[in-house]
Design a protein around this ligand. Structure first.
Ligand code: SAH
Length: 271
C-alpha cells in the first residue's frame, strides 16, 4: 500500500506515522513484553499496531474510520495477534473494551489531540486495570501533564495524573514525521499507574482539585470557600490542619497537599 493511496480524513484528526525507527522507539519506550496485553487507540494505517503486535501477547486496536479497513488488513495480513475494532473508543463502554483482555493491560496510542484528555481520564477514572499509558500528545500538553508545582503549566490535570501515577516525557517528536504534517510538535508521554502512592477518597479528591483551580489567580482559601459547601470557619480549620498558608494558590500546592486537604474535608463533612 502506497501512502498516496490513503485518503486522510481531517474530521478524525488523522496524522499518521510511517517512520519505522520512530514507531520502534515508541514501542520500546512503552516497555511491553510478550506477556502483555495492549490496547491501542487510533489504528490509522496499522503501522504502530504491527510493531506493537510483534512485541506483545495480544493487541486490540480501536479505529473510528471504517474506510481504513482495507489498508489496515493489508498492513496486518501476516499478524495473528492483533484485533481491530471499528468503533469510537471514547463512546465504547469500558467493560466492552476490557472484555478483550484477560487481565490488566497497557495502552499505547497516537491519536488526535482533541480526544487525548477525555480518553486518559476515562482510563484513569473508570478502571483500575490499566498498567501504563504511553501516548503521543501535543508538546504543550506533555509539558502540562508533567509540570512542576509552582509553574504556570501546573494545572488540575497535572495534579490528577500525578495522583494516580508517575508522569514522564519520554521523547520529543517533530511535526515533520507525521503524514500529513500537523501544525504543532508532539511528545511521547508515559503515565505509569502501577504503584499508586496516595490513599484518600477519590471523589472528594477530584472535587477539591477542581474547585482549587477554578479561579487560578484566587487564593486556595477563596476557591475552597466558594466551591465547597462548608462554612468559612470550616475552611480555616481545614487549611490549618494541613499546614497550608491561606494565601497560597492551587498552583503552589503539591499532590500531597491536595491529599491532606481531601482527608481534612472528609473529616469536616463526616462530623
Ligand atoms: N496510530 C496511527 C494513526 C494516528 S492518527 C499512527 O500512528 O499512524 C489518529 C487515528 O485515530 C486516526 O486513524 C483516526 O481515524 C483515529 N481516531 C480518531 N478518533 C477516534 C476515536 N474516537 N476512536 C478510535 N479511533 C479514533
Amino acid at each position: 500500500m502506497e501512502i498516496k493511496e490513503i485518503k486522510f480524513n481531517k474530521k478524525y484528526g488523522q496524522n499518521f506515522i510511517f517512520d519505522t525507527n520512530l514507531l520502534n522507539s515508541i514501542v520500546s519506550d512503552a516497555k511491553i513484553s510478550k506477556e502483555d496485553e495492549v490496547l491501542e487507540i487510533g489504528t490509522g494505517a496499522g503501522t504502530l499496531t504491527k510493531i506493537i503486535a510483534k512485541k506483545c501477547k495480544k493487541v486490540v486496536s480501536y479505529e473510528i474510520d471504517k474506510n481504513l479497513q482495507s489498508v489496515i488488513q493489508q498492513n496486518l495480513s501476516e499478524i495473528n495477534n492483533a484485533v481491530v475494532i471499528y468503533k469510537d473508543a471514547l463512546k465504547e463502554e469500558i467493560k466492552n473494551i476490557e472484555n478483550n483482555f484477560e487481565d490488566s493491560y497497557s495502552i499505547i496510542a497516537n491519536l488526535p489531540y482533541y480526544i487525548t484528555t477525555p480518553l486518559i481520564l476515562k482510563f484513569i477514572l473508570q478502571t483500575k486495570r490499566v498498567k501504563k499509558i504511553t501516548i503521543m500528545v501535543q508538546k504543550e500538553v506533555a509539558e502540562r501533564f508533567s509540570a512542576k508545582c509552582n509553574s504556570k503549566d501546573y494545572s488540575a490535570i497535572t495534579v490528577l495524573l500525578n495522583f494516580y501515577g508517575d508522569v514522564k516525557i519520554l521523547r520529543n517528536v517533530s511535526k515533520k514525521v507525521f503524514v500529513p504534517m500537523p501544525k504543532v510538535d508532539s511528545a511521547v508521554v508515559q503515565i505509569n499507574l502501577e504503584n499508586g502512592k496516595y490513599e484518600c477518597d477519590e471523589k472528594l479528591f477530584l472535587q477539591i482539585v477542581k474547585c482549587a483551580f477554578l479561579m487560578r489567580r484566587k487564593t486556595i482559601y477563596n476557591n475552597l470557600q466558594k466551591g465547597l459547601n462548608i462554612t468559612k470557619d470550616e475552611v480555616t480549620i481545614m487549611l490549618k490542619k494541613c499546614n497550608i498558608d491561606f494565601n497560597k494558590r492551587a498552583e503552589n500546592l503539591t499532590v500531597e497537599n491536595f491529599v491532606d486537604l481531601t482527608k481534612a474535608y472528609f473529616d469536616t463533612i463526616s462530623q
